[in-house]
Structure formats: C-alpha cells, structure tokens
Design a protein around this ligand. Structure first.
Ligand code: PLP
Length: 409
C-alpha cells in the first residue's frame, strides 16, 4: 500500500496569501464599484528594465540559431553570470567568494526549502517568529517538527522577534543545529548590524550549528554600515550558507533567478563528528536533481550586474523605498508604531486599539479597501501586528495612506 508523507497532515490551513486572495475576491464580488488597493503580497509591480528585456530577446534569438543554440549545460550556472555575481556582490565588498561557491537557481523559495535535504532529518531547528512561512512549512514536510499545538509546532526552537527586543531575536537558550535568519527581514523590515550577526556566527561556531542566511532583500539596504552579506563577518564562511534572489532586486518574481552561496569551508558533521563540506554535498544534490536555469534567464540576470542594468534596477529599488517612506511617515502621523520602511520594502505596524491582526485586516478592507497582511499569519508573535508592502504604484500607495488617515482608528 502506497502511503503519503504524513508530515503533510501536520501543515496548517491554506497558505496565508491564498486566504487573503480569497477574502479580497469575495469582498470585490460583493462590492464591484469599490477600488481595492493591494499592499499585501510581497510581489513586485514595476515592469522589467529595458536592458533586461533586451537581453532576453537577444538570448532567445541565439537559441534559434544552430551555432549559438544551447542545450543542457552546467547545473551550477554559466560562468559569465557567476563571475559577475562574484565581482559585483562580493569582491566589491572585500569578500572572497570563488565562482564554484555560487550556485545559480530558480528561486530563493525553493533553495531555502531544498537545502535541508543535505542536512540530517533530526536537526533541531531555530526559527524566528514572525517568519517567512516557507522556512517552517518546509521543515514540517521534512518531518523535523512535532505536531501543531497552541499556535506552534512542537520540537522547534522559536526565536521571538518582538517590539521589546527591536525584532532582533535573542540567542537560543538551548542548543540548536539549524538557524534561519533573514535580514532585511520579511515581515518586520528590521535589519541586522555587524555586531548582531557576529553574535550569531559565534553561537554557530560554539555549537557546531549552521545558519541559513536569507538575504533576498539585501538590495534595499542603503545604510553603508549595515552588512549586505553574512560573509562580511569574519569566520561566517564556516557556519553559514547565504541565499540571494533577483526577485525583489530586479523584478524577477515572474522570471525566476536566484543564487546560493555555499562556501567550501561550510560544514556539517556525520554521526562520528567528522566534518563534511556542504559545498560538495550541495553540488552533488544539484547535479542529481537539477538541470540548471534557462540560458535566456541567466543572460537576463547577467545584465543586473552590469553598469547599465544596475542603474535601471537601482531606480526601481529607490522607487519602492520611496513608497515605503510614504507608508512609514503616513502611519507615524496617526501615532501608530512601526518598524522597517527604511533599508527594507516592508512596514510592520502595531495595530491601533490593540485590534487583532485579522480584525485590522477586515477593517481596512471593508472601510477603506486597502489590503495588507495580518501579522499573525507569520507566526504567533505577529498577532496584533500588520504588514504593509511598498510594492505598488506610487499613486496607489499615496491614496492608500490617505484613505487610512481618514479612518476613525
Ligand atoms: N525569502 C524571503 C524572505 C521572501 O520574502 C521571499 C519572497 O517573498 C523569498 C525568499 C522567495 O524569493 P524567490 O522569488 O526568489 O523564490
């Protein structure tokens, strides 16, 4: 008898954003005359820069000519792209990363989920709360957690990110093996200083743990004192793997291109305590289960690391950061406390009058037709909080803030 992976039965409800989409659709069907402004889902809204579109067209043409046609190629990605990433993202910041430590892939979502495969199923995980839901759900699927009880999965070390600790989690009180960190953070918009990351690197060294560092939003960091990579911290290469994506950096959410940095020094241990290179294991995993990203898309990605492409991409990042500023300043005028909005595309706010996250969601949807994301959807500690995203048209963001300001809160 074929059996299911019963860990899937532990998963909770429908995915947060599907639930929001359902509620918004239901509301719109009943209120066809109302214009809804969506600042909920973290999807980009600006079109691809022209230099990237040009590269896609050119590469598509190459594929139609015998001499330049490409079939299967290296699973880790083309050297032309990895070389540019190495220079642009790392060498320029004094970080020494070799191109065979860079693995090109189709998205940070799948990368952060897939990486667990090379790690022991009984690894004890530490996850922030609130959190990008993929970290926890993918570990549930892999059987690393117990059942869901009182709003949390058993056998997980939750790292509370609260207003009182400025959304920077304390080090775990217990010994953990695998730690998920994301800065700039989704959903809180918080960033980590070098001192904070140093503490985590030291913890990982002392406890022989591994840090999964999600830097999907690094392009939004404008403060030069904030690290863009965990590898800016001495010794981090031994204890961390970094995940990057062009989704938010360059509008690739529908194009799909990401990259994982697995340093040769990064290690995990076998049952006898012998260290093994994670770079080798990840290479082995990818060459078995992945046949690389489309040539056309890698050519598109390459442009992001050229002067022309970067200028266009930076303009878009500035535009979103401008939106974030409008959201932050707008809600501040209402006396609402918030984090993020600078160095990050998200604003994480305390709901007024201690409304629950979903009550505030319903209030905004029904009274001013603005859609945000209920904080509790990101974890228990998100209850009473709400996320507004800066991905949207400027005039929509301005109108949304204007509408919220006119509400009686
Ligand atoms: N990591 C974080 C923290 C995210 O918020 C997201 C998307 O919203 C992703 C990863 C997924 O990125 P990608 O589009 O590269 O799969």
């Amino acid at each position: 008898m074929i059996k299911i992976n019963s860990n899937y039965l532990k998963l909770q409800g429908s995915y947060l954003f599907s639930e929001i989409a359902r509620l918004v659709k239901e509301y719109q069907e009943k209120n066809r005359d109302k214009k809804i402004i969506r600042l909920g889902i973290g999807d980009v809204t600006e079109p691809l820069p022209q230099s990237i579109v040009g590269a896609i067209k050119k590469a598509a043409d190459e594929m139609g000519v015998r001499e330049s046609f490409k079939g299967y190629r290296s699973d880790e990605g083309y050297e032309f792209l990895r070389e540019k990433i190495k220079n642009h993202d790392f060498s320029s910041r004094g970080i020494n990363i070799d191109i065979d430590e860079i693995f090109i892939s189709t998205g940070a979502k799948e990368d952060v989920a897939n990486i667990q495969e090379i790690l022991s199923a009984d690894s004890k995980i530490a996850i922030t709360d609130p959190v990008y839901p993929v970290y926890i759900d993918s570990n549930v699927m892999a059987g690393r957690t117990g059942d869901f009880k009182n709003g949390r999965f058993e056998n997980v070390c939750y790292l509370d990110c609260l207003e009182s600790n400025n959304y920077i989690p304390d080090l775990p009180k217990e010994k953990v093996d695998l730690i998920y960190l994301c800065f700039p953070n989704n959903p809180t918009g918080q960033v980590a200083t070098k001192e904070i990351l140093k503490k985590w690197v030291n913890y990982a060294k002392e406890n022989k743990s591994l840090i999964i560092y999600d830097a999907a939003y690094e392009a939004f960091i404008t403060d030069p004192s904030i690290p863009k990579s965990i590898f800016e911290i001495e010794g981090a290469k031994e204890v961390a793997i970094e995940f990057r994506s062009l989704s938010k950096t360059a509008g690739f959410t529908g194009v799909r291109l990401s990259y994982v940095i697995v340093p040769k020094e990064s290690r995990a241990f076998d049952e006898n305590g012998v260290a093994h290179s994670l770079n080798k294991l990840w290479n082995r995993r990818q060459s078995t289960k992945f046949n690389g990203v489309a040539y056309i898309i890698q050519r598109a990605g390459e442009v992001v690391f050229t002067k022309e492409g970067r200028e266009e991409v930076d303009k878009i990042i500035k535009y979103y950061l401008g939106n974030a500023k409008i959201i932050g300043e707008g809600i501040k005028k209402l006396g609402i406390r918030y984090s993020g909005g600078v160095n990050a595309p998200y604003v994480w706010l305390k709901t007024p009058n201690n409304l629950s996250s979903w009550d505030f969601f319903n209030k905004l949807l029904s009274e001013c037709q603005v859609v945000g994301t209920p904080g509790v959807g990101f974890g228990k500690c998100g209850e009473g909080y709400f996320r507004l995203s800066s991905f949207g048209k400027r005039e929509d963001v301005e109108e949304a803030i204007d509408r919220i300001q006119k509400l009686s809160l």
